[in-house]
Design a binder for this molecule. Structure first.
Ligand code: GLU
Length: 314
């Protein structure tokens, strides 16, 4: 068990393909922060969507993390094996009366007449299924398995992110009731992440800034489930030399290719440089990075990989 004040960090990839350098950058910063504070570091495989996340990618991710020098302290958690915990939380929320079944189809949900959420492509759910009568629900469930949404309050949630600063969102007006269980029965990421971080005693969450806007939803679930709120750091995204965000399909920028060319310390150096941790692009040891790690150094803007002049980085 973690001591009272010990930092517990984690990396929680969704392995639907090979890790890209952006994923590795998150893993690296999460690891450095935990270790620099003498804390523990955990790994969680977010393979909730089992068909999209065959275990081969999780094993590959572990090999890549090890190759770059990132070690974790306990057996990794696999979300695909933790359904009973999500069921438990789901039942608890249901007993509180905050859940309702939603029969909306995907086509109805992407209806362009729904207002997009400010600053992101997510649309505010207009509450179509929030007020269905028991009879309406019964009739609809004859032809369609419902997803389950959680009712949100008309309240602003605020976090102080270590990198992004203050972030606020009113869940009612900027998000709407959101899905925690899909119509195919699979639990959603928002619920699983809250249940698992609480279960593992995680108190420091470091992840990509693309997830910042999900945080108020998670804070709301923490409140309902009586789970402690961790500290947050949403780090910049890593882009290629042209400033284009990396994606899993960018094989040429895959860790394997780069490691072969530059060695693990070379790739570590590239990431550390792109993140602002070191002033020049050079090979660097993990011990040195742990020593010099300081949140003040972590860049606030999206990071570009250094141009090495090699075709793999073009
Ligand atoms: N599984 C998520 C991802 O790979 C990250 C979840 C988190 O760190 O909270 O994007």
């Amino acid at each position: 068990m973690a001591g009272e004040h010990q930092t517990v960090g984690r990396f929680a990839p969704s392995p639907s393909g090979p890790l890209h350098l952006g994923n590795l950058a998150c893993a690296l910063v999460a690891y450095l922060s935990a270790r620099a504070q003498g804390g523990r570091f955990l790994l969680r495989v977010e393979d909730l969507d089992v068909p999209r996340c065959p275990p081969v990618w999780a094993w590959q991710a572990m090999r890549d993390l090890e190759a770059i020098g990132i070690e974790w302290d306990e057996e990794p958690l696999w979300q695909s094996r933790r359904t009973e915990y999500y069921e438990d939380a789901f039942r608890k929320l249901d007993r509180m009366g905050v859940l309702y079944p939603c029969f909306c189809t995907r086509a109805e949900l992407v209806n362009p007449s729904l207002a997009p959420n400010a600053g992101d492509t997510q649309r505010v759910y207009p509450g179509t299924c929030a007020g269905l009568s028991p009879e309406q629900r019964r009739v609809r469930s004859l032809t369609r398995h419902p997803a389950w949404r959680v009712r949100v309050p008309d309240r602003e949630y605020m976090l102080r992110d270590r990198v992004q600063g203050v972030y606020r969102e009113n869940l009612k007006t900027q998000c709407g009731d959101f899905v925690i269980r899909r119509s195919d029965g699979l639990f959603g990421y928002q619920l699983a992440v809250v249940v698992d971080d609480a279960y593992s005693g995680v108190n420091e969450v470091v992840r990509g800034r693309d997830i910042l806007s999900a945080t108020p939803r998670q804070m709301y679930l923490m409140e309902l489930l009586n789970a402690p709120v961790p500290t947050y750091a949403h780090i910049p995204l890593i882009c290629d030399v042209h400033g284009k965000r990396l994606a899993k399909r960018d094989q040429a920028l895959g860790f394997a290719v780069l490691q072969q060319r530059y060695g693990a310390s070379g790739v570590r150096g590239m990431l550390a440089y792109a993140l602002g941790l070191i002033p020049e692009n050079r090979p660097v040891s993990m011990a040195e990075l742990v020593d010099l790690f300081d949140w003040e150094r972590v860049s606030r803007k999206d990071a570009r990989l250094p141009d090495t002049g090699k075709e793999t980085l073009q």
